[in-house]
Design a protein around this ligand. Sequence first.
Ligand SMILES: NC(=O)c1ccc[n+]([C@@H]2O[C@H](COP(=O)([O-])OP(=O)(O)OC[C@H]3O[C@@H](n4cnc5c(N)ncnc54)[C@H](OP(=O)(O)O)[C@@H]3O)[C@@H](O)[C@H]2O)c1
Length: 252
Amino acid sequence: MSTLKGKVALITGGNSGIGYSAAKKLKEEGATVIITGRSQERVSLASKELGVKGIVADVSDLSAISTAVNQIENEFERIDILFVNAGVFIPMPVGQNSEEGVNTLIDINFKGAVFTIEKFLPILKDGGSIINLSSVNAYTGMPNTAVYGATKAALNAYTRAAATELAPRKIRINVVNPGPIATPIFSKTGMSEEQLKGMGDMMQNRIPLKRYGKPEEIAEMVAFLASDKALFITGSEFNVDGGLNINPVFAI
Ligand SMILES: NC(=O)c1ccc[n+]([C@@H]2O[C@H](COP(=O)([O-])OP(=O)(O)OC[C@H]3O[C@@H](n4cnc5c(N)ncnc54)[C@H](OP(=O)(O)O)[C@@H]3O)[C@@H](O)[C@H]2O)c1
């Protein structure tokens, strides 16, 4: 398959989970792929496995994003696809939200996403595609996700206005809202095996399709939005969530 032949794609947080799967998929579709991540070790390992370029850049550090932009401009001149995927999940109950937790969620999930876009815009080719990785938590009232969900809702609001402003350059910007996807994100929260299993069982029960999604299923949507098949789509959101957003409360 070669729907992305000749395109250069940058994926933030591409060393794990959804970003890793997207890197694999976009490469299969013919794109030249660059991934970023926080740790040299994880980025090197993933870029070697995937056969793509890896750059260490923490999205919460604006100067690190600028350095990555310069590096990519020097080597590739421009990008065509920007997958704004890097993010963290920190569950916190209302009444116990810590300043550190709130700052980290905002710095990475919202501010990091916004400045990734702002700083890559000068080298994003006219007609390019930006895909923002949000979450169904932007809309659900799932306990312990008030601030996490707020960072994703903020990103969705940014995307809608940005779509209008970027349209004159024919740059499309869209959002993917995944439901629960089987990635390492949950084990990075510090929750115990028992808590993770309890949360997993609870979530799968609420999903009409009764399972977690696979990162590859998000990568398919990303590849579609990145491609010329989606040339008339901008400012839109796509739930890939096994029906979770329907949120069935009871059965009759
Ligand atoms: N999995 C789900 O159920 C789910 C559902 C809805 C939305 N999402 C969203 O999907 C995105 C990807 O998550 P995932 O599930 O694939 O989790 P993951 O496997 O933990 O991957 C997250 C990626 O983001 C990177 N990252 C985190 N903070 C970063 C920073 N400050 N700078 C650069 N890279 C950073 C991580 O690198 P490190 O290796 O350094 O941590 C990792 O490569 C996130 O935005 C998440 O909020 C996930």
